[in-house]
Design a protein around this ligand. Structure first.
Ligand SMILES: Nc1ncnc2c1ncn2[C@@H]1O[C@H](COP(=O)(O)OP(=O)(O)O)[C@@H](O)[C@H]1O
Ligand SMILES: O=C(O)[C@@H](O)C(=O)COP(=O)(O)O
Length: 413
């Protein structure tokens, strides 16, 4: 019996959530898109979608499709996973997808709980913090696709949903069980269908989890998963470890990734995919990078292929070619590099960036990911089958991990 059916709006988010579910002793499978057949020996299934930045109607359709597939597997409780920094375009997609899943699951109401204290994401009075900064004053203000310029989640979500939004504030959470349930009863009696939950630490997430365990739908980041009652000591499995060097593909230009890229460039062979070349002549740009990479990989070296050295380069490229055009061209080029490298025998990949990971995993045409050991909070190694061989993939969220993540990833396999 599958306890949890999860729908993640990007691929790094899917493996992040799956890693946390495994840590609570839940056997968890990540499927690329909705599961097409039966899933056995799993307590949770996480469907990885690439819907964070698409038009809201497409995001809703994909989430409902995933929900139907999970319902066919017998799931009765659902989780909509979005980013711990609430990444969304001004028109959605978090609100519209929650609205649709409320209807599809028959949930009377649900929560919006992005907090992930272990990764520095906390919520106070409905305001999201990244480390010691408000969301809108963090690097997320300059995200290339989903710049977050308002830290007030009640306001951000209120603009995206058709339903009234309420707040479960920290003071009530700290007052404990009865105060929390009375407050939630009051809010929902007044019509709230989505309740933004404060949380400063793991103990707050435990209180949120207890108060909402009966709900058929929860929504938020992966942090809340760590508060689920443990099912076994751990469900970590020994994933098969593929041999050979690792290719690091970084299409994220978030602060943490830029720091990781700078650190790795001083320590391993590296090459930048020039945005102008990627837009003008993608075939030549990809062929050039692949030829360069092979000489290093043949010598047993790990390689780094990245898309920007700093934020100014991104601004220039967006101005010159348009945000969507250069973003998609870069994702596609990195994805073609990944499949070219896999064809040449590379079996270990670290991919930085949610959208980038979606493009890469699609190009590698793998169907399911099994969760292995964690490199950092929210970043597990995974194993996948491609044409009869095992690949190890680590899909790193833009803002996760210490600066040495690219150079130390293999130590955790
Ligand atoms: N030099 C660049 N110029 C413009 N866009 C870029 C550049 N490098 C990467 N991008 C785009 O920025 C986006 C980063 O998003 P994503 O991969 O989700 O990273 P993150 O996880 O940090 O959000 C992708 O669409 C990527 O193609
Ligand atoms: O919740 C999180 O922060 C991550 O799981 C996540 O969704 C990552 O998104 P990207 O930063 O776009 O990779």
């Amino acid at each position: 019996m599958i306890e949890l059916g999860c729908i993640a709006d990007d691929f790094t988010g899917a493996t992040d959530l799956a890693g946390n579910l495994v840590a609570t002793g839940r056997r968890t499978v990540v499927t690329v898109g909705p599961p097409r057949g039966p899933v056995t020996d799993a307590d949770a299934v996480v469907v990885a979608l690439k819907t964070r930045t698409v038009a809201a109607d497409l995001a809703v359709a994909a989430a409902l499709d995933a929900h139907r597939a999970l319902a066919r597997l017998g799931c009765t409780r659902y989780w909509f996973k979005y980013c711990s920094t609430f990444d969304s375009t001004p028109l959605g997609n978090i609100g519209p997808v929650i609205d649709a899943l409320l209807t599809a699951t028959g949930a009377p109401w649900t929560i919006a709980c992005p907090a992930f204290p272990a990764a520095g994401r906390t919520v106070y009075q409905g305001h999201l913090f990244v480390g010691d900064r408000l969301l809108a004053e963090s690097g997320m203000r300059h995200h290339p696709l989903t710049p977050m310029t308002d830290s007030d989640l009640m306001r951000v979500l209120g603009a995206q949903t058709a339903h009234p939004v309420g707040l479960l504030p920290h003071a009530i959470l700290r007052a404990g069980g009865r105060a929390v349930s009375d407050h939630l009863d009051r809010l929902t009696a007044q019509g709230a269908r989505i309740v933004v939950t404060d949380a400063l630490g793991d103990e707050d997430l435990t209180a949120v989890e207890r108060a909402t365990h009966h709900l058929p739908l929860v929504t938020g980041g992966s942090g809340l998963a760590l508060a689920l009652p443990a099912r076994r000591e751990s469900a970590a499995t020994d994933i098969e470890v593929a041999p050979g060097p690792t290719a690091v593909l970084a299409g994220s230009v978030s602060d943490a990734t830029l720091a990781q890229t700078a650190h790795a460039r001083a320590r391993m062979p590296h090459r930048k995919l020039d945005p102008a070349a990627v837009v003008a002549s993608p075939d030549a740009a990809v062929a050039d990078v692949l030829a360069w990479a092979r000489t290093h990989l043949d010598a047993g070296r790990n390689v780094l292929i990245h898309s920007a050295g700093d934020r100014a380069e991104v601004d220039r490229a967006q101005e010159a070619f348009g945000r969507d055009r250069v973003g998609e061209a870069t994702e596609r080029a990195l994805a073609r590099c990944a499949s070219g490298l896999a064809d040449a025998g590379v079996r270990r990949f670290v991919v930085a960036g949610g959208e980038t990971s979606g493009a890469v995993v699609d190009a590698l045409a793998v169907r399911t990911l099994r969760i292995g050991p964690a490199i950092a909070a929210g970043v597990p190694w995974t194993a996948a089958q491609r044409r009869g061989t095992t690949l190890n993939l680590a899909l790193k969220s833009g803002n996760f991990g210490e600066k040495d993540l690219f150079t130390r990833a293999e130590d955790h396999l």
